[in-house]
Design a binder for this molecule. Structure first.
Ligand code: BEZ
Length: 255
């Protein structure tokens, strides 16, 4: 399976809504001056910077070296590092771990939850939002039907995403030793930039796993078919709307 190639400059230019929506999650975190906070899957660092305005000491971590390089360039006063959310450790535990729009890329959720738990102080907070069950299903079903009908490929075999239900994720947190204070699973229809090219741009940013082995022409052709197939469900007035469904949790490490 090919890897997702992150494109930090395009990400910042075309997908700033990702961080904009994450501001609500940062408010739920309620960072305090002097706290040590890890932003897990920090991307190009915008929310780490936002959180640091509270006076907290924020470390941003991301799997992508390209995103981390861009984050360091944008926010030289903050600490950023490349790391694997499924397997990380810290010598000095954090007061809180924050994550926005990243955990659905980490399929081994039990290992993520264990790493987060081990990196927190007793009483530490885990505040996260990511894709929940049914997330972007309109885009995915369009892709799945095009892959099956035109290319004889079962897209499920290439799917890099983890979208648990509220019950599944809350249970996972509890079995690790977290107390789940709040968990919400809600619809967040999201206007995709670039008008009629909205699905195309979205897939070019996020869909690399699916197009392994495709030529450029095949990929463009497949994307055109997927855009058409998604139109009925996702096109409204002048734009595509991604059928995002978010899972937002606030949990506490109990000893
Ligand atoms: C999301 O934020 O839900 C998402 C982003 C890219 C790919 C899949 C899901």
């Amino acid at each position: 399976m090919s890897e997702q190639v992150w494109k930090p400059y395009e990400y910042d230019r075309q997908l700033s809504f990702v961080s904009a929506y994450g501001k609500g999650v940062a408010e739920l975190l309620a960072p305090q001056p002097g706290e040590r906070i890890l932003d897990l899957g920090c991307g190009t660092g915008d929310l780490a910077y936002e959180i640091s305005a509270s006076g907290a000491h924020v470390t941003g971590m991301d799997y992508s070296a390209e995103m981390i390089e861009r984050a360091k360039g944008k926010y030289p006063g903050l600490t950023f590092m490349v790391g694997d959310g499924e397997n990380f450790a810290t010598e000095t535990p954090y007061d809180a771990v924050f994550s926005n729009a990243a955990l659905h890329w980490m399929k081994d959720a039990a290992s993520v939850v264990r790493s987060v738990y081990n990196s927190l102080k007793p009483g530490g907070r885990f505040v996260a939002e990511f894709g929940g069950l049914g997330n972007i299903d309109g885009i995915y079903q369009a892709l799945k039907s095009v892959f099956a009908n035109y290319y004889g490929i079962d897209a499920d075999t290439r799917n890099p995403w983890y979208y648990p239900s509220l019950g599944q994720y809350a249970s996972l947190l509890e079995s690790q030793g977290f107390r789940v204070h709040t968990a919400h699973h809600f619809d967040r229809p999201t206007k995709l930039p670039e008008g009629k090219d909205g699905i195309k741009h979205w897939l070019l940013q996020f869909g690399d796993h699916f197009f392994a082995g495709f030529t450029v022409e095949e990929k463009n052709e497949a994307i055109d078919h997927i855009s058409q197939a998604a139109q009925k469900a996702l096109w409204h007035k002048d734009s595509f709307y991604g059928d995002y469904k978010r899972l937002r949790v606030f949990a506490e490490k109990v000893v």
